[in-house]
Design a protein around this ligand. Sequence first.
Ligand code: MD6
Ligand code: FE
Length: 217
Amino acid sequence: MPADLLAGLEPPPPVREELGPGAVVLRGRVLGVVPALLAAVEHVAEVAPFRHMVTPGGFEMSVAMTNCGPAGWVTDRAGYRYAAHDPMTGRPWPAMPDVLRDLAQAVAEEAGYPGFQPDACLVNRYEPGARLTLHQDRDERDRGHPIVSVSLGLPAIFQFGGLKRTDPVRRIPLAHGDVVVWGGPSRLFHHGILPLKEGTHPVLGARRLNLTLRRAL
Ligand code: MD6
Ligand code: FE
Protein backbone atom coordinates (compact mmCIF):
# COMPACT_ATOMS: atom_id res chain seq x y z
CA MET A 1 0.00 0.00 0.00
CA PRO A 2 1.44 3.46 -0.82
CA ALA A 3 2.68 5.23 2.29
CA ASP A 4 0.54 8.32 1.65
CA LEU A 5 -2.63 6.28 2.03
CA LEU A 6 -1.58 5.55 5.60
CA ALA A 7 -0.62 9.13 6.41
CA GLY A 8 -4.19 9.93 7.41
CA LEU A 9 -4.03 7.23 10.07
CA GLU A 10 -1.45 9.12 12.10
CA PRO A 11 -2.90 10.81 15.18
CA PRO A 12 -3.46 14.53 14.61
CA PRO A 13 -0.88 16.90 16.08
CA PRO A 14 -1.79 18.03 19.59
CA VAL A 15 -3.78 21.22 19.76
CA ARG A 16 -2.68 23.68 22.39
CA GLU A 17 -5.17 25.68 24.45
CA GLU A 18 -4.01 28.18 27.03
CA LEU A 19 -6.13 27.69 30.15
CA GLY A 20 -4.74 30.50 32.23
CA PRO A 21 -1.38 31.93 33.31
CA GLY A 22 1.07 29.01 33.19
CA ALA A 23 -1.63 26.42 32.39
CA VAL A 24 -2.11 24.70 29.05
CA VAL A 25 -4.17 21.83 27.61
CA LEU A 26 -2.51 19.68 24.94
CA ARG A 27 -5.39 17.94 23.19
CA GLY A 28 -4.75 14.31 22.32
CA ARG A 29 -1.09 14.57 23.28
CA VAL A 30 -0.75 10.99 24.58
CA LEU A 31 -2.96 9.20 22.03
CA GLY A 32 0.12 7.55 20.52
CA VAL A 33 1.18 5.86 23.78
CA VAL A 34 -2.13 4.75 25.32
CA PRO A 35 -1.33 1.00 25.40
CA ALA A 36 1.98 1.65 27.19
CA LEU A 37 0.26 3.96 29.69
CA LEU A 38 -2.46 1.41 30.42
CA ALA A 39 0.09 -1.37 30.85
CA ALA A 40 1.97 0.84 33.31
CA VAL A 41 -1.19 1.57 35.31
CA GLU A 42 -2.15 -2.10 35.31
CA HIS A 43 1.23 -3.05 36.74
CA VAL A 44 1.04 -0.34 39.39
CA ALA A 45 -2.45 -1.47 40.44
CA GLU A 46 -1.28 -5.07 40.79
CA VAL A 47 1.31 -3.99 43.36
CA ALA A 48 -0.70 -1.18 44.95
CA PRO A 49 -4.42 -1.79 44.33
CA PHE A 50 -6.88 1.05 43.76
CA ARG A 51 -8.67 1.98 46.97
CA HIS A 52 -11.15 4.58 48.21
CA MET A 53 -9.30 6.73 50.75
CA VAL A 54 -10.96 8.65 53.56
CA THR A 55 -10.77 12.43 53.89
CA PRO A 56 -9.73 14.10 57.15
CA GLY A 57 -13.42 14.87 57.62
CA GLY A 58 -14.26 11.16 57.54
CA PHE A 59 -15.80 10.85 54.06
CA GLU A 60 -14.85 8.04 51.71
CA MET A 61 -13.74 9.49 48.37
CA SER A 62 -15.79 8.48 45.32
CA VAL A 63 -12.57 8.42 43.27
CA ALA A 64 -10.40 5.30 43.73
CA MET A 65 -6.66 6.02 43.94
CA THR A 66 -3.24 4.48 43.86
CA ASN A 67 0.30 5.83 43.38
CA CYS A 68 3.70 5.06 41.98
CA GLY A 69 7.07 6.67 42.55
CA PRO A 70 9.00 7.44 45.74
CA ALA A 71 6.20 9.65 47.09
CA GLY A 72 2.53 8.66 47.14
CA TRP A 73 -0.33 11.01 47.97
CA VAL A 74 -2.53 9.71 50.76
CA THR A 75 -5.41 10.92 52.86
CA ASP A 76 -6.91 9.52 56.06
CA ARG A 77 -8.39 10.89 59.29
CA ALA A 78 -4.96 12.34 60.12
CA GLY A 79 -4.83 14.53 56.99
CA TYR A 80 -3.40 14.82 53.47
CA ARG A 81 0.28 14.08 52.89
CA TYR A 82 2.88 12.30 50.79
CA ALA A 83 4.10 8.97 52.13
CA ALA A 84 6.91 6.66 50.97
CA HIS A 85 4.89 3.54 51.87
CA ASP A 86 1.47 2.34 50.80
CA PRO A 87 -0.57 2.27 54.02
CA MET A 88 -2.61 -0.64 52.63
CA THR A 89 0.34 -2.99 52.03
CA GLY A 90 3.04 -1.43 54.23
CA ARG A 91 5.40 -1.63 51.26
CA PRO A 92 6.99 1.17 49.22
CA TRP A 93 4.82 2.40 46.34
CA PRO A 94 5.77 0.71 43.05
CA ALA A 95 8.51 2.44 41.09
CA MET A 96 7.41 5.02 38.55
CA PRO A 97 7.44 3.33 35.12
CA ASP A 98 9.90 5.00 32.74
CA VAL A 99 7.13 5.71 30.23
CA LEU A 100 5.38 7.93 32.80
CA ARG A 101 8.50 9.76 33.92
CA ASP A 102 9.76 10.34 30.37
CA LEU A 103 6.37 11.44 29.08
CA ALA A 104 5.86 13.89 31.95
CA GLN A 105 9.28 15.39 31.42
CA ALA A 106 8.79 15.79 27.67
CA VAL A 107 5.30 17.24 27.94
CA ALA A 108 6.30 19.64 30.73
CA GLU A 109 9.11 20.92 28.53
CA GLU A 110 6.70 21.46 25.62
CA ALA A 111 4.51 23.47 27.97
CA GLY A 112 7.41 25.68 29.04
CA TYR A 113 8.72 23.82 32.09
CA PRO A 114 12.09 22.29 31.20
CA GLY A 115 13.85 19.98 33.68
CA PHE A 116 10.72 18.60 35.35
CA GLN A 117 11.59 15.50 37.39
CA PRO A 118 8.47 13.94 38.91
CA ASP A 119 8.79 11.80 42.04
CA ALA A 120 5.07 11.16 42.50
CA CYS A 121 2.33 9.88 40.23
CA LEU A 122 -1.18 9.80 41.66
CA VAL A 123 -3.57 7.63 39.65
CA ASN A 124 -7.26 8.51 39.97
CA ARG A 125 -9.98 6.12 38.78
CA TYR A 126 -13.50 7.44 38.22
CA GLU A 127 -16.68 5.49 37.60
CA PRO A 128 -19.91 7.22 36.59
CA GLY A 129 -21.01 9.48 39.44
CA ALA A 130 -17.51 9.86 40.91
CA ARG A 131 -16.28 13.41 41.35
CA LEU A 132 -13.53 15.51 42.85
CA THR A 133 -14.71 18.61 44.65
CA LEU A 134 -12.99 21.95 44.15
CA HIS A 135 -9.54 21.85 45.76
CA GLN A 136 -6.01 23.20 45.59
CA ASP A 137 -2.94 20.98 45.22
CA ARG A 138 -0.83 22.28 48.08
CA ASP A 139 0.78 19.23 49.68
CA GLU A 140 3.93 19.42 47.55
CA ARG A 141 6.98 20.93 49.23
CA ASP A 142 8.06 23.24 46.41
CA ARG A 143 5.18 24.67 44.44
CA GLY A 144 7.60 26.06 41.91
CA HIS A 145 7.25 22.76 40.03
CA PRO A 146 4.40 22.21 37.56
CA ILE A 147 1.92 19.30 37.54
CA VAL A 148 1.34 17.15 34.46
CA SER A 149 -2.15 15.63 34.29
CA VAL A 150 -3.14 12.91 31.79
CA SER A 151 -6.77 11.97 31.06
CA LEU A 152 -7.80 8.55 29.70
CA GLY A 153 -11.16 6.91 29.10
CA LEU A 154 -14.54 8.56 29.60
CA PRO A 155 -14.65 12.33 29.15
CA ALA A 156 -15.01 14.61 32.16
CA ILE A 157 -15.72 18.25 32.91
CA PHE A 158 -12.77 19.91 34.58
CA GLN A 159 -13.54 22.91 36.75
CA PHE A 160 -10.84 25.54 36.70
CA GLY A 161 -11.18 28.49 39.09
CA GLY A 162 -8.74 30.89 40.66
CA LEU A 163 -6.65 31.47 43.73
CA LYS A 164 -9.74 32.13 45.84
CA ARG A 165 -12.33 29.41 46.31
CA THR A 166 -15.02 31.93 45.40
CA ASP A 167 -13.37 32.98 42.11
CA PRO A 168 -15.38 32.23 38.96
CA VAL A 169 -14.97 28.66 37.74
CA ARG A 170 -14.67 27.69 34.08
CA ARG A 171 -15.73 24.29 32.80
CA ILE A 172 -13.29 22.60 30.46
CA PRO A 173 -14.06 19.23 28.85
CA LEU A 174 -11.18 16.75 29.10
CA ALA A 175 -11.14 13.75 26.76
CA HIS A 176 -9.16 10.54 26.27
CA GLY A 177 -5.56 11.45 25.51
CA ASP A 178 -5.65 15.05 26.69
CA VAL A 179 -2.90 16.44 28.90
CA VAL A 180 -3.06 19.46 31.18
CA VAL A 181 0.19 21.04 32.34
CA TRP A 182 0.10 23.78 34.85
CA GLY A 183 2.36 25.70 37.11
CA GLY A 184 3.57 29.23 37.63
CA PRO A 185 0.87 31.74 38.53
CA SER A 186 -1.97 29.18 38.34
CA ARG A 187 -0.24 26.45 40.34
CA LEU A 188 -2.54 27.03 43.31
CA PHE A 189 -5.75 27.67 41.39
CA HIS A 190 -8.82 25.79 42.63
CA HIS A 191 -10.00 22.96 40.41
CA GLY A 192 -12.17 19.86 40.42
CA ILE A 193 -14.01 17.27 38.35
CA LEU A 194 -17.82 17.27 38.00
CA PRO A 195 -19.61 13.95 38.57
CA LEU A 196 -18.64 11.62 35.75
CA LYS A 197 -21.47 10.98 33.30
CA GLU A 198 -22.57 7.46 32.40
CA GLY A 199 -20.94 6.11 29.29
CA THR A 200 -18.80 3.41 27.75
CA HIS A 201 -15.41 4.27 26.37
CA PRO A 202 -14.15 1.99 23.57
CA VAL A 203 -10.83 1.37 25.34
CA LEU A 204 -11.60 1.78 29.05
CA GLY A 205 -15.30 0.95 29.34
CA ALA A 206 -17.24 2.80 32.04
CA ARG A 207 -14.17 4.42 33.56
CA ARG A 208 -11.93 7.44 33.48
CA LEU A 209 -8.31 7.37 34.57
CA ASN A 210 -6.35 10.46 35.48
CA LEU A 211 -2.63 10.45 36.15
CA THR A 212 -1.09 13.44 37.86
CA LEU A 213 2.68 13.61 37.91
CA ARG A 214 4.29 15.88 40.44
CA ARG A 215 7.48 16.81 42.22
CA ALA A 216 6.35 16.30 45.79
CA LEU A 217 9.54 16.08 47.85
C1 MD6 B 1 -8.57 14.85 37.52
N1 MD6 B 1 -7.05 16.38 38.55
O1 MD6 B 1 -8.34 15.34 36.43
C2 MD6 B 1 -8.19 15.56 38.78
N2 MD6 B 1 -4.67 18.45 40.14
O2 MD6 B 1 -9.15 13.78 37.66
C3 MD6 B 1 -6.51 17.15 39.49
O3 MD6 B 1 -6.97 17.24 40.61
C4 MD6 B 1 -5.34 17.91 39.14
O4 MD6 B 1 -5.60 17.56 36.81
C5 MD6 B 1 -3.58 19.16 39.88
C6 MD6 B 1 -3.12 19.36 38.62
C7 MD6 B 1 -3.78 18.81 37.57
C8 MD6 B 1 -4.93 18.07 37.82
FE1 FE C 1 -5.76 18.47 41.94
